[in-house]
Design a protein around this ligand. Structure first.
Ligand SMILES: [Zn+2]
Length: 476
């Protein structure tokens, strides 16, 4: 049986990452917005430029037998697929699917003066710019890990690297591709998802749960046209006050506790224990480093385990947008006819988003104050995800890889956000193991301003994936 020379994996991945900055910078410079943020994406061609950049890099890798193809279903964003045959002797091992995405979040405001979303900038260990960490590095890391296994004398099963183009819009295009490419993908023994986060940069972090989402627009209408607030205020009920009262039905405004019982689940004891291990070692990690305004206290006080639980296994409401309220500079003394709030409710794994949306609608629209006209229109939902228990072979490989490349144990935590396709893959491949990891550690700020890719973590994650691929080729 082949053995993997970890010092060569170290060297190989270091050399890879030393050489990646130029191509990652080129990628960052492309405003390859996800289709949800650029309805003209096909005509604008940015996604295609990202596809071209990544595929030319992939094609130039010298991996024997590798194929690189671009798939384009009608009306859908393109998908890059690389297929790498198993190393000799590992042909019988079931395949591994490695996932990433190349579409990006929009610009966002608040970038540091010398930084910008489409302006790659290397500063120490950080490569700033939109999409480097979320999730442009994934294709390079996936192929780089496979190369490292081969260079280090190791083995790997057949590998399928799939890089999609619609993740940041909720992966609307992915299911059709998974269907169309079902034969190539086969039934993976392991899915490696390189699109997740890290609570710090000192450990290999395994994401074992994701929250889902239940969204909708809440509209309150009180009068048929705008009125002088001096002339009618006190007689006509204010739409905003009614919204406040309605929101009290679904969220305790004192402590932020969501009052919709359908949105709660019991945290599995083994999950609670794993989160406690993580909290003991790193505190609240990335969450604890949120850039709170001076004087602002976290909702969960100073208990790190509470912070981890609150952001992964509990529901939480955010009002993310509004219609009807003019900007302050243009706001006259007007009693507005109607106001709409866009509600975004994060829901724990295993909670049915449709059930929650129905519960929200019932709670918000029943018996409205002052008989106001209240509507709640669903903005769609997404399931969260909880990993199946980690198989012993994978756990051993992950712990060994984290010890070797991070000098510290691998730790588990949950992500508070949603990776929409994970629920789909979990349902489609119930017997499959998952390695969900990534480089989105403290301050890396995916989706926000000043996003950066932490290069040493990218390197270590690549090396860890190499070690796991080798383990996947061994009988277990
Ligand atoms: Zn992502």
């Amino acid at each position: 049986m082949s053995s993997l020379d970890l010092s060569i994996v170290d060297q190989q991945t270091t050399a890879l990452w030393d050489g990646l900055v130029p191509v990652l910078s080129e990628y960052i410079a492309i405003p390859a917005l996800s289709p949800g943020f650029d309805s003209d994406w096909a005509a604008n061609g940015h996604l295609d430029r990202a596809v071209d950049l990544i595929t030319s890099w992939c094609r130039a890798r010298s991996i024997p037998g590798k194929t690189v193809s671009v798939h384009r279903l009608e009306g859908a964003t393109p998908v890059i697929l690389c297929e790498i045959p198993a190393t000799a002797g590992a042909e019988d091992a079931p395949p591994v699917l490695l996932y990433g995405h190349l579409d990006k979040q929009p610009e966002m405001e608040g970038w540091r003066d010398d930084l910008g979303p489409w302006k790659p900038m290397l500063e120490g260990d950080r490569l700033y710019g939109r999409g480097g960490a979320d999730d442009g590095y994934s294709a390079f890391a996936a192929l780089g890990a496979i190369e490292a296994v081969q260079a280090a004398g190791g083995a790997h099963p057949r590998c399928v690297v799939l890089i999609e183009g619609s993740e940041e819009s909720g992966s609307p295009d992915l299911p059709a591709y998974i269907e169309a490419l079902a034969e190539v993908i086969g039934t993976p023994q392991l899915i490696v998802c390189l699109d997740s986060g890290a609570a710090d940069y000192e450990h290999l972090w395994l994401t074992t749960s994701l929250r889902g989402m239940a969204a909708g627009n809440l509209t309150v209408r009180v009068v048929e046209e705008g009125l002088h607030s001096g002339g009618y205020g006190g007689f006509v009920p204010d739409a905003f006050r009614i919204l406040r009262r309605l929101l009290e039905r679904i969220e305790d405004s004192v402590d932020g506790r969501v009052l919709v019982s359908e949105a709660w689940v019991e945290v599995p004891p083994e999950t609670q224990a794993a989160l406690a291990r993580a909290a003991d070692r790193v505190g609240a990690g990335r969450v604890g480093e949120a850039p709170l305004t001076p004087g602002v206290d976290p909702v969960t006080g100073d208990d790190p385990l509470e912070a981890l639980l609150a952001t992964t296994w509990r529901p939480q409401l955010t009002v993310v947008g509004q219609d009807g309220l003019p900007p302050t500079a243009r706001a006259g003394n007007v009693l507005r006819p109607e106001t709409t709030l866009k509600l975004s409710l994060r829901i724990p794994p295993k909670v049915d988003p449709d059930v929650v949306i129905a519960a929200l609608e019932l709670a918000l629209t029943t018996d409205p104050p002052h008989g106001a006209q209240v509507t709640f229109s669903s903005g769609g939902g997404a399931w969260g995800w909880a990993a199946p228990p980690t198989a012993p072979w994978l756990n051993d490989a992950l712990q060994a890889a984290s010890d070797r490349f991070f000098g510290a144990p691998a730790l588990e935590f949950g992500e508070g956000g949603t990776i929409p396709f994970m629920a789909m893959l979990g349902q489609r491949f119930p017997g499959t193991q998952f390695l969900v990891t990534g480089v989105l550690g403290p301050h890396s700020n995916a989706h926000g301003p000043n996003e950066f890719l932490h290069l040493p973590t990218g390197r270590k994650v690549t090396a860890a994936v190499a070690a796991v691929l080798h383990a996947a080729a061994q009988p277990h």
